[in-house]
Design a protein around this ligand. Structure first.
Ligand code: HEM
Length: 513
């Protein structure tokens, strides 16, 4: 449901709660006795009856919450509909939740779309904290994200980056860099995740899945999945009004997307079970092979539903995060030509006359790493991380945080905290040149991959893809803006989403060096 129609629903909400108003006097009477045990909640904006502070979030909640935190402080309490939530907006409060109280706060809220699309939370990213999540995450870290496994996919990453460079080099007009990067990330994810022969068929050859005029079927299905993750379900904010999701059509939309995704996953799994497909060529063992092998050996209780749910995580969490990171970096480099030149000089001197940048070069690209840190500070890709939910009561900064409170860590605010960063609004990678701050979840000033028990398990591979793609773009091409545009014209506005992309595609002219 679009946010405009959401507004009209919010206006009607008080009527739907009419029966509850009749009970108000009773509630007030009981409330008086309860006051003695009232928790000491963090400060925050005034919550309206029923809608709470939901109306304040807007399309870019990280920005609205940042503005609110300027007024109410780095630890805020508010209500999202009828659901209590706390917002952590500083490195210290993030540390308190993600380190000191990590165990109290490391569950996920059971949101409607996530429930369905993760097969009842049989995945890693959206599952509640518990034995099943721990087991699956452990298996996936060993089988999918270990250094050995990540290394085994090195040829795939290089091949796909080379393919992107070839595609850009063949274009004479301005290149749609956003499209190129999305396609790169999709191909890498699909090949690492599932050696998707079907996907390749869809994008390149196959008629079976190809939907004329609207690109591949999978691309469309996954775009709808992303939209549903962002979609508004009454159930998530007004549990008593969950039935309205049927009236708005959101339930039907969710079911449609689920059954399309399920059909697709099943096909991919069946293909991997097919002895003919298994015999085929020298393909590297992918994520599905690894999970099917564990299933076969009976070593773990992995069902087809777990495999499908993990596939969903890989597709959703693994592709657009990397592409968005490179997009924002290229846009900032175009706006800051001296930074672009310094980064290009470094890349070209390290890779020399080799003809390309390879993963073995990346450790020596120290300035490029500073550029990326600065991009993650200013444009965190998942600015509110992934929502958490507290498991039990805890106390932070002297305030009570009750169990079952939603926790949003606003890394966008943390990156703009003037007590930590000098000139926070300025894009300046030099600030990291002599700094020890790293992005791997230990320094709470900069946590683009989260921290604690729920830290991104794909961080290693994500960083590799981003650095390799970026380094090759800088090595191979000099970049110019399309005719009659200046760096001041570059649109830096953000599109709404769990992961934040640029609103408009980045179009640049690539000149082969
Ligand atoms: C630049 C690339 C990436 C960024 C910026 C990123 C960022 C994040 C963030 C912020 C979280 C939430 C952490 C938290 O709740 O504390 C997360 C979780 C997750 N990410 Fe990533 N990610 C990236 C790449 C990847 C890749 C390549 C994969 C897999 C192929 C992946 C898989 C996951 C999964 C499964 C989770 C959920 C972990 C859990 O809840 O236990 N991510 N990621």
């Amino acid at each position: 449901m679009a946010y405009t129609s959401l507004l009209s629903f919010l206006l009607l909400l008080p009527l739907l709660y009419l029966p509850l108003y009749l009970l108000l006097p009773l509630y007030l009477l009981l409330g008086r006795n309860k006051k003695k045990n009232k928790p000491n909640l963090p400060p925050g904006p005034i919550n309206l009856p029923i809608v709470g502070s939901l109306h304040r979030l807007g399309l870019l909640p990280h920005r609205s919450l940042f503005a609110l935190s300027q007024k109410h402080g780095p630890l805020m309490y508010l209500k999202l509909g009828t659901v209590p939530a706390v917002i952590a907006s500083s490195a210290d409060t993030a540390r308190a939740f993600l380190k000191t109280h990590d165990l109290d706060c490391c569950s996920r809220p059971p949101l409607t779309s996530l429930d369905r699309l993760s097969y009842g939370f049989n995945d890693i990213a959206f599952a509640p904290y518990g034995g099943q999540w721990r087991e699956l995450r452990k298996v996936c870290i060993i089988e999918l994200f270990s250094s050995k496994k990540v290394l085994s996919f090195r040829p795939i990453r290089q091949e796909e980056v080379d393919r992107m460079v070839g595609s850009i080099a063949s274009q004479t007009d301005a290149v749609d860099l956003s499209e190129e990067l999305m396609s790169l990330a999709n191909h890498i994810t699909c090949r690492q995740g599932s050696n998707l022969r079907t996907y390749v068929k869809m994008t390149a050859i196959g008629k079976r899945y190809h939907v004329a005029g609207e690109g591949s079927r999978v691309k469309r299905i996954l775009a709808e999945t992303q939209a549903l993750f962002m979609g508004f379900f009454f159930e998530d904010y007004f549990p008593l009004l969950g039935w309205l999701d049927r009236l708005t059509g959101m339930r039907a939309r969710l079911e449609r997307n689920f059954s399309e995704l399920d059909g697709f996953y099943q096909e991919v799994i069946d293909e991997h079970r097919d002895p003919a497909w298994r015999r085929e060529d020298d393909r590297a063992e992918d994520a599905i092979d690894a999970l099917l092998n564990i299933q076969k050996s009976g070593g773990s209780n992995i069902t087809d539903e777990h495999i499908k749910a993990v596939l969903m995580n890989i597709f959703i969490a693994g592709s657009d995060t990397s592409s968005a990171s490179v997009e924002w970096t290229m846009a900032e480099l175009m706006r800051h030509p001296s930074v672009m030149k310094k980064a290009q000089d470094e890349v070209r001197s390290v890779a020399g006359k080799k003809g390309k940048v390879v993963e073995g070069d990346l450790d020596r690209l120290q300035y490029l790493k500073c550029v990326l840190k600065e991009v993650f500070r200013v444009h965190p890709i998942a600015p509110l991380l992934v929502q958490r939910e507290t498991i039990q009561h805890c106390r932070v900064d002297g305030y009570d945080i009750p169990a079952k409170t939603r926790l949003l860590v606003n890394t966008f605010s943390i990156g703009r905290d003037a007590r930590v960063w000098e000139r926070p609004e300025e894009f300046d990678p030099e600030r990291f040149v002599d700094s020890n701050i790293d992005i791997r979840g230990h320094d709470f000033e900069l946590i683009p991959f989260g921290a604690g028990r729920r830290i991104c398990p794909g961080m290693g591979v994500g960083i590799l893809v981003v650095e390799l793609a970026l380094a090759n773009l800088l090595y191979w091409f000099d970049w110019e803006l399309p005719e009659e545009t200046t760096k001041e014209d570059i649109d830096m506005s953000e599109a709404p989403g769990i992961t934040v992309h640029r609103k408009s595609h980045l179009r640049l002219v690539a000149k082969r060096v």
